[in-house]
Design a protein around this ligand. Structure first.
Ligand SMILES: [Zn+2]
Length: 409
């Protein structure tokens, strides 16, 4: 039966010893530069449409341009991409500065924190002194994130909550090569995440130590759920008290046990309906895989890697999504799992699989059968995230899901 969520994967899988798929000629520099040109043509008129944060606004396009400019294969375009990124960020920064609600300004993917973080990256790459100002605006927001409850909808998740803020701080530290937050600041934010999870779990009588909700829903996946919150706690585990670290690891193992046939339901306690199964970065195995990758890198326990590999197998079967080319719930988001597995295992099978998914993005079947996009330039739903993926396919040893590192410390 034809699935309504994904195309059937008709590619022949990798055979041991066979060369990876078609080479750089087809998915190389010209394809990336052409796709960027078409993204830039679709942007809102200068001075308008600064909303949407990194997730769907021009700030996310600026991040994509920064990412491409970092790759040596695009040295010839570096300066023009960075200048364009700078001009895209200007109205987004004005909007973030004028946001009267400081709590909302602390949002990573949907608000000011993410815009300040990307501005710091772009300005530093251009050697502009404004870099310090953007960075200090980012740093000031730590105080918001350390409050016990700063958002009524849920203060802990990735898009607007403190896990997102910690994620951005980690990306900045890694890319700028400098400390962003003091150990005391990090500890106070981690402490707030732990306390919030403990209290929620106790209040709702959950049979495991840490749980969270977002707009009343107990999500498990990367977008608003438990997995990316735990991923941040593991990433900063040296800042946790031993007992709290133990709670974080117990919660990881609890999440491992929620697996249903290589996948996880969007919400705690749901049963996966096969015909309506979500296999997305935002909800399901392709996003939860990053938590288990982090757990494996820290603990070296093979069972976490095995779980990640199962996520990859499901994604190979069901990851040719009809919802578009993006990284949130689209084909590039699926393909990033293969690049993650390549970095974890060194197995060329995963490069082959990522190349096949790239090939599919430019097929007639995909063009004819995938949903129309609302914003073509969006980093998460549109082509900007796809461009990040195509660039990472050219440098798989450094590939990372955008702004969601598991390899950096
Ligand atoms: Zn999504």
């Amino acid at each position: 039966m034809e699935s309504k969520r994904c195309f059937q994967n008709r590619f022949i899988d990798y055979q041991t010893g066979s060369a990876p798929g078609r080479g750089q000629g087809e998915f190389g520099v010209p394809l990336v530069t052409d796709t960027i040109e078409s993204i830039l043509r679709q942007l809102p008129a200068p001075g308008t449409g600064a909303e949407g944060g990194l997730y769907s606004g021009p700030a996310g396009v600026a991040y994509m341009l920064f990412h491409v400019s970092e790759c040596p294969l695009f040295a010839a375009q570096r300066q023009s991409y960075l200048s364009r990124a700078r001009s895209l960020l200007e109205p987004c920064l004005r909007l973030a500065d004028s946001e009267p609600d400081r709590q909302a300004r602390a949002a990573f993917l949907l608000g000011g924190a993410g815009v300040y973080a990307v501005a710091a990256l772009v300005y530093r790459a251009l050697a502009l002194p404004d870099f310090e100002e953007a960075l200090s605006k980012f740093r000031e927001l730590w105080r918001v994130c350390a409050q016990p409850t700063f958002l009524d909808c849920g203060s802990d998740e990735l898009f607007v909550g403190r896990s997102g803020y910690l994620c951005a701080a980690m990306v900045l530290k890694h890319k700028l090569g400098m400390e962003i937050l003091t150990p005391a600041q990090i500890k106070s934010i981690c402490h707030a995440i732990i306390e919030s999870g403990k209290q929620y779990s106790k209040k709702k009588r959950k049979p495991f130590p840490l749980m969270y909700s977002y707009y009343g829903t107990e999500y498990l996946g990367a977008a608003h759920g438990l997995s990316s919150i735990l991923q941040m706690l593991l990433s900063y585990q040296e800042y946790l008290q031993p007992a709290d670290r133990e709670l974080a690891w117990q919660s990881v193992d609890f999440l491992v046990n929620q697996e249903q046939n290589c996948n996880w339901p969007p919400e705690l306690g749901e049963m996966i309906e096969r015909e309506n199964e979500l296999v997305h970065w935002c909800h399901g195995a392709p996003g939860i895989a990053y938590l288990f990758a982090k757990a494996y890198l820290l603990s070296k326990k093979p069972s976490y890697l095995d779980t990640c590999i199962r996520c990859g197998e499901l994604t190979w079967q069901k990851g040719l999504l009809k919802k578009g080319p993006g990284i949130c719930h689209g084909v590039a988001g699926s393909a990033y799992v293969f690049l993650l597995l390549y970095r974890l295992t060194g197995n060329s099978k995963y490069i082959y699989r990522a190349q096949k998914f790239a090939e599919f993005l430019f097929s007639e079947e995909f063009k004819a059968g995938s949903c129309k996009l609302e914003t073509i330039y969006s980093l998460y739903e549109g082509l900007s995230g796809t461009v990040c993926f195509l660039v990472d396919l050219l440098q798989p040893d450094q590939a990372e899901f955008p702004l969601f590192t598991v390899f950096a410390q």
